[in-house]
Design a protein. Structure first.
Length: 202
């Protein structure tokens, strides 16, 4: 009886944090100039026709593509298969602009990232690779992975992330503190993050 009541209270607290988590600002979103498109990402390609000088464009297409996990390619009508993994958004825009000149007068291409890939390992319901939207927090990602396992050490979550200072091997997350109302630790995830939920020591 006590255990069931504890689980219900824990679930209510978890959902409350999800609802009250702060709205992500544009500063927390991806910097498209720095971001390299990866396998499994979802990218939005908007193709416009028009001149930069006139500032008037006609929309030709506006589609979302998932980058192949195997080849890193997407398939665009007219152009066929195109490898995009490893390119910056601006680089892909330049490539598409050149390739579409044979089909569209004055093509103007805009590429943006809709979803990127992270990994969630350890004591969660469904460990594995996940595609997430920009601004997704650690709590939201764990919820996507089926929540915590029974032996999860919620106060010792680790996030392995590229680009951290040399002396900082990982980011520490104490989910118990977040559940108590300190949402400052509800970290926004970045492309390629590896979330590790360890097992409790007792």
């Amino acid at each position: 009886m006590f255990l069931a009541r504890y689980k219900i209270i824990h679930l209510i607290l978890f959902l409350t944090v999800l609802i009250l988590s702060p709205i992500k600002s544009s500063a927390e979103q991806l910097n498209r100039e720095d971001y390299t498109i990866g396998k499994g990402d979802k990218i939005k390609i908007t193709i416009l026709q028009g001149s930069d000088e006139g500032g008037v464009y006609a929309k030709v297409s506006d589609e979302v593509y998932k980058v192949s996990l195997g080849t890193g390619e997407i398939e665009i009508s007219v152009l066929g298969l195109l490898k995009v993994a490893g390119l910056k958004c601006s680089e892909l825009e330049d490539i598409l602009t050149e390739k579409l000149k044979d089909y569209i007068i004055e093509p103007n291409i805009k590429v943006s990232i809709k979803e990127f890939t992270i990994y969630i390992m350890g004591q969660v319901g469904k460990p594995g690779m996940y595609s997430i939207a920009r601004g997704t927090t650690i709590i939201e990602a764990i919820n996507m992975a089926g929540g915590f396992g029974e032996s999860a050490a919620k106060h010792r979550i680790r996030i392995l992330r590229k680009g951290l200072p040399k002396k900082k091997k990982y980011l520490k997350v104490n989910l118990l503190a977040i559940l108590k109302g300190d949402t400052s630790g509800n970290i926004v995830l970045e492309p390629g993050d590896i979330v590790i939920v360890p097992e409790t020591w007792f």
